[in-house]
Design a binder for this molecule. Structure first.
Ligand code: PLP
Length: 405
């Protein structure tokens, strides 16, 4: 039999979402008369915008005629989309990111994992605790995790986020090579101000660290002081990769399209000391292992940069933000400590008396008839918390929250 990647043997079973599903189903079968509302959904519920659907229909028509047929596209993505991104997401906001810095992907999750191909196996990785599980799991699969001891990996540096620091981690004591940051954050729903993120950019510049900045939720930012792109900070193009997605912004979770910015100013070194541009390494990696996102999804994504597309994004994110406000207010009024939910679709909550995440999950399910995501699934610092999302419909959100009264 084939020898396999031992690192998979180290990965704990991912049971979070299946366990949530199992408990919900169990409760349903014991209480068939009770209505259960899913407040744990990490997927969006509202459909694609008409302007996107129209662009995708047109793209399909292109593919059905021999003179407008598109086969393999550029691995980096079509120029029409990269130009729209450079213009609307960066240059028009005063940020010097060029078309050549942008790589279109089939979504943020794959790139967040694949980026591990271009930094050394010896790199020490730092993650926020709690965090979106992809950063830790990919670090383990790539062999950078070390051993699991008391719920933490020996080679990973944990950036602790809790109410005492407002879920904004302190700079690490031990020097990481790669730092995963995510703002507005999943799961805590906390966003970051420019002054605070500047500390991280300075730290990375002074310590030769690379920041991988997950900004999947930038479209939910409303407050002027909150950062949308890490490149708003001077010098960040020398130390940061930014990963973005149309999934939560525009209902692309099933369509699949996102992008990653690897600025040409970003340099690394081979072990012999020779300098190299990370942009050229990522380009080499993508041209070898990726054949591009589909023409149809890229045409759909480009439609998001029309006036109609921009209006639709504002409208849909306003809708989910409205749900998050309803959730946060209801939880706060019922004696919970609730965080996030502003500039973010996520609300992170705990009860004053420190009960464990699964206990809290069960309690909410049984007493109030809605599900949540136990915070412990996002890392040890998530214990005692649950995550509720603004992604359900307004009607379901209101109904679930009215039960808290
Ligand atoms: C949903 C999510 C992603 C992944 O998005 P896709 O583009 O659908 O792969 C990435 N990062 C965070 C923090 C997310 O919540």
């Amino acid at each position: 039999m084939i020898a396999v990647n031992d690192n998979f043997g180290c990965l704990p079973m991912s049971y979070l979402f299946s366990e949530v599903g199992r408990r919900v189903a169990g409760f349903k079968s014991e209480n068939p008369e009770r209505e259960i509302i899913r407040m744990d959904i990490g997927d969006v519920t509202q459909p694609l915008f008409p302007v996107v659907a129209e662009a995708m229909h047109k793209a399909i028509n292109d593919l059905t005629c021999s003179d407008s047929f598109h086969g393999y596209g550029p691995e980096q993505g079509y120029l029409f989309l990269r130009e729209a991104i450079a213009l609307h997401d960066y240059k028009s906001r005063g940020i010097q990111i060029e078309t050549d810095d942008i790589f279109i992907s089939d979504g943020a999750k794959s790139d967040l994992g694949n980026l591990g191909d271009i930094y050394s196996k010896n790199c020490k990785v730092a993650v926020m605790n709690p965090a979106y599980p992809v950063y830790v799991d990919d670090t383990i699969i790539d062999g950078r995790g070390g051993e699991l001891k008391n719920g933490k990996w020996s080679e990973i540096i944990y950036l602790e986020c809790d109410p005492s620091n407002g879920f904004l981690p302190a700079l690490p004591q031990e020097k990481p090579d790669v730092i995963f940051l995510c703002f507005p954050n999943n799961p805590t729903g906390v966003a970051i101000e420019k002054k605070e993120l500047s500390k991280w950019v300075d730290y990375a510049r002074n310590n030769n660290s690379l920041i991988i900045y997950d900004s999947a939720y930038e479209a939910f930012v409303r407050d002027e002081r909150i950062v949308k792109s890490i490149y708003e900070i001077e010098g960040a193009d020398q130390i940061a990769i930014e990963v973005r997605s149309f999934s939560k912004t525009a209902g692309f979770t099933g369509v699949r399209c996102g992008y990653t910015v690897v600025p040409r100013n970003l340099k690394g070194t081979y072990s012999n000391g020779e300098a190299v541009s990370l942009n050229s390494l990522w380009n080499r990696r993508q041209t070898t292992k990726f054949n591009g996102a589909s023409y149809i999804s890229q045409c759909g994504a480009a439609a998001l940069y029309t006036e109609e597309g921009k209006r639709d994004i504002k409208k849909i994110t306003d809708y989910y933000l409205g749900n998050a406000h309803i959730i946060k207010r209801a939880l706060t009024n019922s004696g919970f400590k609730a965080y996030g939910g502003e500039n973010s679709p996520y609300v992170w909550a705990s009860l004053a008396d420190n009960i464990d995440s699964w206990e809290l999950f069960d309690k909410m399910l049984k007493r109030f008839g809605f599900s949540s995501t136990p915070g412990s699934g996002f890392g040890s610092a998530g214990n005692g918390f649950i995550r509720l999302t603004g992604f359900n419909s307004r009607e379901n959100t209101e109904r679930a929250m009215s039960k808290l009264k």
